[in-house]
Ligand binder design. Structure first.
Ligand SMILES: NC(=O)c1ccc[n+]([C@@H]2O[C@H](COP(=O)([O-])OP(=O)(O)OC[C@H]3O[C@@H](n4cnc5c(N)ncnc54)[C@H](O)[C@@H]3O)[C@@H](O)[C@H]2O)c1
Ligand SMILES: [Zn+2]
Ligand SMILES: [Zn+2]
Length: 347
């Protein structure tokens, strides 16, 4: 099959022929019809993910057709249209038993713990636990976005963030995760303040329901701007980029007893990030993390998509073939485009 491969961190990836994957006993191989380009792929390529071994094929936000099925899989057969949360759970550890497959103790992740979906085919583990049927009428490009950023934003806003109608929600970083969060929070009846440094990203945020926009590159203190616009601070705020500055701005933009949800990854050489904990104490803030979303919790989100309340299809601003993927991955570090880029490996 053809796949995007890199041999060294940060050095150009290339498209080449590699061996087709085989399904594990409990797994499947999926023919990849669409796979999103997420900043986590860029983090992996930069060497920020300790799970990756070289050479490596990135890609974890995918949809496609089941091609081959392992001997112990009972619920899936070739030809099924499927997507998958990027956290593939084992189904049997204590976290899975509690329904928290998104933090499974023995999780695998395509594109991180093994070769991913920037390829014609990808192997996925524990298919009966993790595969989600793509609803009739939903395109593969739209379904792919549910595998990582849209579902992650849904859990971050709705479950971890406990968004409520009428609340102010600040979203710092309006890329794939952040724009999804803007759309989901606005659909829940929240008033959203979108924060980004890119005019194109803020324009999309406005289109997807943001009531207010802050250009973080044009104000001295984005947190103060959020507090001004929201009458004292947001009820709920997300760092949807993952940087010390956006993490701090998210916490500092909250009102008393507000909730911060960290979604953006925070790689650092020491493994730690400074957080304004004095403010967290004085204002009784809640600081939460959010990590993907378990397959069994997809139905309410899919129902909102089916009803047209949520429109992940609108987030896809660019569709490219496999040959353009290495350059698009590299461009995330230098000139990221607004919205979500989807790779269609067979085009
Ligand atoms: N926790 C999870 O389960 C999970 C899932 C998916 C992605 N992620 C992580 O979420 C983060 C976002 O991913 P993405 O694919 O949406 O990224 P992206 O590159 O599409 O978007 C990032 C956005 O942040 C903006 N930005 C840059 N500097 C800024 C600043 N100083 N202030 C405000 N905005 C700024 C950029 O202009 C861009 O619009 C990444 O760290 C990714 O690895 C985490
Ligand atoms: Zn991702
Ligand atoms: Zn598990």
């Amino acid at each position: 099959m053809r796949a995007v491969v890199f041999e060294r961190y940060g050095e150009p990836a290339e498209v080449r022929e590699v061996a087709d994957p085989e399904p594990a006993e409990h797994g499947v191989v999926v023919r990849v019809e669409a796979t999103g380009l997420c900043r986590s792929d860029w983090h992996g390529w930069q060497g920020h993910d300790p799970d990756i071994t070289l050479p490596h094929v990135p890609g974890h936000e995918l949809a496609g057709v089941v091609e081959a099925v392992g001997a112990r899989v009972t619920g899936r057969r070739p030809g099924d249209r499927v997507t998958v949360p990027f956290v593939c759970a084992c189904g049997s550890c204590p976290a899975c038993a509690a329904g928290d497959q998104q933090v499974c103790e023995r999780q695998t992740q395509p594109g991180f713990t093994h070769w991913g979906s920037f390829a014609h085919y990808v192997a996925l583990d524990h298919a009966d636990v993790n595969l989600v049927a793509v609803p009739d009428g939903m395109s593969y490009a739209t379904a792919a976005s549910l595998g990582c950023r849209f579902a992650t934003a849904y859990r971050a806003v709705v479950r971890q963030g406990r968004v409520a109608a009428g609340e102010w929600v600040a979203v710092h970083g309006c890329g794939g995760v952040g724009l999804s969060a803007v759309m989901i929070a606005a659909a829940a009846g929240a008033r959203v303040v979108a924060v980004d440094v890119s005019p194109g990203a803020l324009e999309l945020a406005r289109r997807f329901g943001a009531a207010e926009c802050v250009d973080a590159s044009a104000v001295p203190d984005p947190a103060a701007a959020v507090r001004d616009l929201t009458g004292g601070g947001a009820h709920l705020s997300l760092d949807a980029l993952g940087a010390p500055a956006t993490c701090a701005a998210s916490v500092n933009g909250l009102r008393r007893r507000g909730r911060h949800v960290q979604v953006g990854l925070l790689p650092s050489p020491t493994g730690t990030t400074p957080v304004p904990m004095a403010r967290a104490v004085a204002l009784e803030l809640e600081l939460l993390g959010s990590h993907g979303m378990a397959a069994h919790t997809y139905p309410p989100m899919l129902e909102l998509v089916r009803a047209g309340v949520l429109r992940p299809d609108l987030l896809v601003t660019s569709t490219i073939g496999l040959d353009a993927a290495p350059a698009a991955l590299a461009a995330m570090g230098t000139a990221p485009g607004a919205g979500v880029t989807v790779i269609e490996p067979w085009n």
